[in-house]
Write a protein that binds this ligand. Structure first.
Ligand code: GLU
Length: 296
């Protein structure tokens, strides 16, 4: 049986070069080593996601030539309200997972606001705040807030990243107990992604190194949810100029659809993204069929 990875964009904006770089890794590695790609729409944050962004990202994937093995772009277009690979359709599954953790005594009600946490856990700009566990022993009742946290153990998680080698993270020290549902009842990325990766039979997570710090907490959550075999991880570099300079935001964030309308070809965009994440020495036209060779 083929192993499975996923491409999991959030429809909070238009697809840009960073997404293309991720898709090149996901499809390239899967095609090179006998894996299959599942498409998942990560619209857990209903306040920021738009159907129009989802429609645009499906069109962009088609135009670029990224064909999912599980969950065709047409299957998403045809089923706005029931598709099992769209997070907004999966609330009952997240609720069941939360119940399972509650039964094991892993969850608690949290009444802290973002401002409370910022005051309790001062952190440098750009750094992540660590939740100090204020509500852990407070015994709040379910009626006081919809927000739930999962108690993490104070232990170091070691895992071997396929690209970066052995990594060690202590999520309890990095972020403290993880918020899995916020006070408005929205499921968080950290929780939804763990439940989904289990439900969707994902074996390998291939994503940008900007998400590396989330791995230890996702490993622990998956363990408490009873995941038998840990995931494999492959964190790839983000876009950069070949000389190491950071890309300007305008350059990085220009929408694929805008570039297409300006007459840029799909092959040129694939080549540009591959060069900017270090897979090619310089930009050139690159076809989908050439992707596996970049990873063999
Ligand atoms: N939805 C996330 C994003 O668009 C990716 C999640 C993941 O790969 O774990 O950044």
């Amino acid at each position: 049986m083929a192993w499975r990875t996923r491409f999991a964009p959030a429809p909070t904006g238009l697809l840009h070069l960073g997404h293309v770089a991720n898709a090149i890794h996901v499809w390239g590695i899967a095609r090179a080593f006998g894996g299959e790609v599942l498409l998942r729409i990560e619209d857990h944050d209903r306040t920021r996601c738009r159907d129009t962004f989802e429609d645009a990202l499906l069109d962009d994937l088609d135009w670029l030539g990224f064909v999912p093995d599980v969950g065709s772009t047409d299957s998403f277009r045809a089923d706005r309200h029931g598709h099992p690979q769209r997070q907004s359709n999966n609330a009952p599954r997240y609720a069941a997972a939360l119940d399972a953790l509650a039964e094991r005594g892993r969850t608690y009600v949290c009444t802290c606001t973002r401002r409370d946490i910022a005051a309790l856990a001062p952190h440098a700009p750009g750094e992540e705040p660590r939740y100090p566990g204020t509500c852990r022993a407070a015994g709040h009742t379910a009626a006081e807030s919809l927000a739930r946290r999962v108690r993490l153990d104070d232990r170091t998680e070691a895992f071997e990243d396929r690209a970066l080698g052995v990594q060690q993270q202590c999520p309890q020290q990095q972020c403290g107990d993880v918020l899995v549902r916020d006070r408005h009842g929205l499921w968080t990325y950290q929780f939804a992604v763990v439940v989904d990766d289990m439900t969707h039979g994902i074996d390998v997570v291939i994503r940008g190194v900007d998400l590396l710090a989330s791995t230890g907490r996702q490993l622990q959550l998956a363990r408490w949810l009873g995941r038998a075999r840990p995931l494999d991880w492959w964190h790839h570099p983000l876009l950069r100029h070949p000389d190491g300079r950071k890309l300007s935001k305008a350059n990085r964030d220009t929408a694929i659809s805008e570039r297409r309308e300006a007459g840029v070809s799909a092959a040129a965009l694939l080549g540009e993204a591959a060069a900017l994440c270090g897979l090619l020495p310089a930009a050139r036209d690159l076809t989908i069929d050439e992707l596996p060779a970049l990873f063999r």
